[in-house]
Each structure stands twice: as structure tokens, then as C-alpha cells.
Design a protein around this ligand. Structure first.
Ligand code: FAD
Length: 391
């Protein structure tokens, strides 16, 4: 999330005014906008602003333990400070920092002394000013600069300009997938996928934390994805892999409604904790339908313990399941059902393309352009929502 940047003496004079004005502006825009998605977004920005002001350095969640949920994803249980309350559907916006090995590699490459003193301007904005950054070079590189992927530094002396131009680490969002009250405070669970072979900035940082010793800092936020938007209308959730975990947790605590889940997995690995969580949800909610698109599994006899409301699709992706279940989707849409797409951006694009085709083929849109307009209207009314990431 970015906020406008102002520079110079005028900016410094206006900054306090801007700080006061922004919450008022966001509140007014939230009230006035007719676009339901824009309203959620203004609400999210306000929430973010208030959380950053309430806890400028973030809240510290202590890592209790880590559990492998799939070969590529781990569940982290985090102990919140006493008194902090989370809501199902919240995300944790978590800060990360570089690993020591990456810092040492950069220092070795450049020959810069780890102890050299560094002072950089604060990386904040007019609305959320940040103090200047100063300290030992190794610490500043580790904590305050996102140097991965930057053009290599010049092979000269201390390149202050190179350091000052580097972006600051941007926090990452993780959906709450479990929540438990304990006498010490709430314990939240997030499930995090490995990306980039385990070297992702924040996912890699989380993987380096030591259970029982380290903490991670950040802010709990109400994410602008609103599973309750349709009230009691039927809801379809399409998710890739562990992205289904947040919605399962939220829906498990929400009033019952007609529910259809289409989840993409590589295979149905028996005994895998995440697969078990999906099957347990289906068993506990017999009125819901769970379609599993198994991209790398061949058709075979279903496992004996499969609940009757779970349907397997071999060598299929989620959009192919929707195509195979087109009559069901049409009935869902005709019943004013809502749809939410959660997970990888490529899946979102594939499902969107399928929806556009369906709108034209079913006579709901005259052509591809009209289908796109229709999709935008569905987004503005929250009939169709997305939470997508990755590239
Ligand atoms: C609202 C919201 C909720 C989210 N909830 C979760 C969650 O519960 N669990 C979870 O694991 N992630 C979740 N994400 C994604 C998460 O915020 C990060 O984007 C993800 O962990 C990668 O961040 P990173 O810093 O580790 O990777 P980066 O260092 O930013 O990226 C390294 C490389 O990995 C690839 N990459 C980046 N993101 C993804 C991705 N999502 N999938 C595949 N490849 C990617 C890219 O090639 C990138 O160049 C959520 C995102 C949003 C917006």
C-alpha cells in the first residue's frame, strides 16, 4: 500500500495537516462511494493507517511451533500479546528482514566493512513519516533495505547513493487459518507456501525463525475480501492449495449458507495435514460441496474415507472443474450466488477468462467487451471478489 510522497520544506509544513486529514478523507470516501469494492478498500486503508499509528513498530507475535502441512507449505502458530483480539478473515501484515547469509554475501562481494556507519533518510510518507535509519552497515542492510534484485553496486567506495535508492522492505499479508484463546493470549495460525525455492523474502524469513525463541512483527488487518458480502446467498470459493485455509477457518465460524468449494491441489496425498483439514471441513459441513481439482493425479479409485460431498477431478485445474460443472455454476449464478477467487494470480486470470467465455456463450453478454464490463459490475457489487498474488 502506498501513500502520496511529498518533498521539501512545504511538504514538512503540510505533513501534520496531511496526517490529520487522511483518516477523515478515507472515512468520507468510504461513506460516499457507490462501488462496494472501493468501499472495502477505503476501509482497509483506514484500518492499515490506524494500525500503523497504534503500533508504529508493529506487534510482536512469538513463534510457538511450525508444522509441515504439505511438502511446500508450513503452518506457523504464533502467540499474540495478551489482550490482542483477532477476527476470522483478518490477515497478518508481517515485516521481514534479510537473512545474515545474504548480507554477508553482499559485503563479501563489495568488500564494504560491516561496521561502517550509515545514515539514510526515513522511508515513510507524508502520512506516516519514518525516522532516519542509522547504524552499522551490516545491520542497516539486514533490517532496512530490500537489496535483492537491485542492480549490482558500483565497485568503488561506500556507495551512499546506491543504498539510499534501494526500496525498503514491504510487509506481506498472510491469512489467519486458525485462532485459539489461551490464558497467555490468542494463538493464531498462518499457513505459508514456499516460493522461489524457499528463498522468498518474507516466506524465507518466516522459515528462518526459531520456535520458542524468535518473534515476527506486523499488524492484524481486516482484509478487503468479504466472504460475508452475499449474506445468506450461495457462495462459491475457488482456491489454489493452501489459499483455501483462511476461508475454511472463516466459513467454519460463519452462519451456514449454501457453499461450494473448488480447490486446486497437485494430488490427494493421504494423511497430509492440509488434505485432512479439507476433508474434515467437508465432513463437518455435509451440505457443502467440495470439488478437488487434482492437477498431477491420474483417475483411480477414491480413498475409502472420502466424505460423500467430496468430488475428485483427475488431471484437472479449477477452471476445468467449473467448465465440467457448468450447469451447477449457471444455477449458482441464477440464484444470485457470489464467487470468491483466492490464490495464485494465474488461476485468477484463467478463471476470469472462463467466466468471460461463459457470459458470452450463455447469452448474458453480447461479446467479449460486454463480458468484461459485466465482470467489472460483478466486482463492484462484490458478487465476484478476488484475493490473488504471485506473478
Ligand atoms: C490478502 C493476501 C493474503 C495472503 N495470504 C497468504 C497466505 O495465507 N499464505 C501464503 O503463503 N501467502 C499468502 N499471500 C501471499 C504472501 O503475501 C506473499 O506474497 C508470499 O508469501 C510471497 O512473499 P515473499 O516475500 O516470500 O516472496 P518474494 O520475495 O516477494 O517473491 C519471490 C519470488 O517468488 C514468486 N512469488 C511471489 N509471491 C508468490 C506467490 N504468492 N505464489 C507463487 N510465487 C510467488 C515470485 O516469482 C517472486 O519473484 C497472501 C497475499 C495476499 C495479498
Amino acid at each position: 500500500m502506498t501513500s502520496p510522497r511529498l518533498h521539501g520544506p512545504l511538504a514538512r509544513a503540510l505533513a501534520p495537516l496531511a496526517r490529520q486529514a487522511l483518516p477523515l478523507l478515507l472515512r468520507a470516501r468510504r461513506r460516499l462511494t457507490r462501488d462496494a469494492y472501493a468501499r472495502l478498500l477505503h476501509g482497509y486503508r483506514l484500518d492499515f493507517l490506524q494500525a500503523r499509528r497504534a503500533w508504529p513498530a508493529g506487534i510482536a507475535w512469538r513463534l510457538l511451533d511450525v508444522r509441515q502441512m504439505t511438502p511446500q507449505a508450513r503452518a506457523y502458530r504464533l502467540q499474540a500479546p495478551p489482550g490482542l483480539r483477532h477476527r476470522p478473515g483478518d490477515v497478518l501484515l508481517l515485516q521481514w528482514h534479510n537473512g545474515d547469509a545474504d548480507v554477508q554475501a553482499l559485503l563479501a562481494r563489495t568488500g564494504w566493512p560491516a561496521d561502517a556507519p550509515v545514515r539514510l533518510p526515513g522511508g515513510g510518507s507524508a502520512f506516516l513519516p519514518a525516522p532516519p535509519v542509522q547504524g552499522r552497515l551490516a545491520d542497516v542492510l539486514r533490517e532496512h533495505l530490500d537489496f535483492r534484485g537491485a542492480a549490482p553496486p558500483p565497485a568503488s567506495q561506500m556507495p551512499q547513493a546506491w543504498l539510499a535508492a534501494l526500496p525498503r522492505p514491504q510487509p506481506r499479508s498472510y491469512s489467519i487459518s486458525g485462532l485459539a484463546a489461551t490464558p497467555q493470549g490468542e494463538v493464531v495460525e498462518i499457513i505459508v507456501s514456499d516460493v522461489a525455492g524457499g528463498t522468498g523474502r518474507c516466506s524465507g524469513h518466516l522459515a528462518r525463525l526459531r520456535p520458542g525463541i524468535d518473534a515476527v512483527r506486523g499488524w492484524p488487518l481486516a482484509f478487503p475480501l468479504h466472504l460475508a458480502a452475499g449474506g445468506s446467498a450461495p457462495l462459491l470459493v475457488v482456491a489454489t492449495g493452501i489459499a483455501a485455509a483462511g476461508p475454511l477457518h472463516e466459513l467454519g465460524r460463519a452462519p451456514p449458507r449454501p457453499l461450494w468449494l473448488v480447490v486446486g491441489l497437485r494430488e490427494l496425498a493421504a494423511g497430509q495435514p492440509f488434505v485432512q483439514r479439507l476433508l474434515d471441513f467437508a465432513a463437518a459441513h455435509p451440505a457443502c460441496r467440495l470439488d478437488l481439482a487434482l492437477s498431477r493425479a491420474d483417475a483411480g479409485p477414491p480413498p475409502a474415507a472420502l466424505p460423500p460431498n467430496v468430488f475428485l477431478h483427475a488431471r484437472a485445474r479449477v477452471q476445468q472443474v467449473l467448465a465440467a460443472e457448468q450447469a451447477r455454476w449457471t444455477a449458482h449464478a441464477d440464484a444470485q450466488g457470489h464467487a470468491v477467487l483466492i490464490g495464485h494470480a494465474r488461476m485468477g486470470a484463467d478463471v476470469q477468462a472462463w467466466l468471460a467465455q461463459w457470459l458470452v456463450a450463455s447469452g448474458r453478454a453480447a461479446d467479449a467487451a460486454a463480458a468484461q464490463q459485466r465482470l467489472r459490475r460483478m466486482e463492484r457489487s462484490l458478487t465476484l471478489q478476488y484475493s490473488l498474488s504471485g506473478d
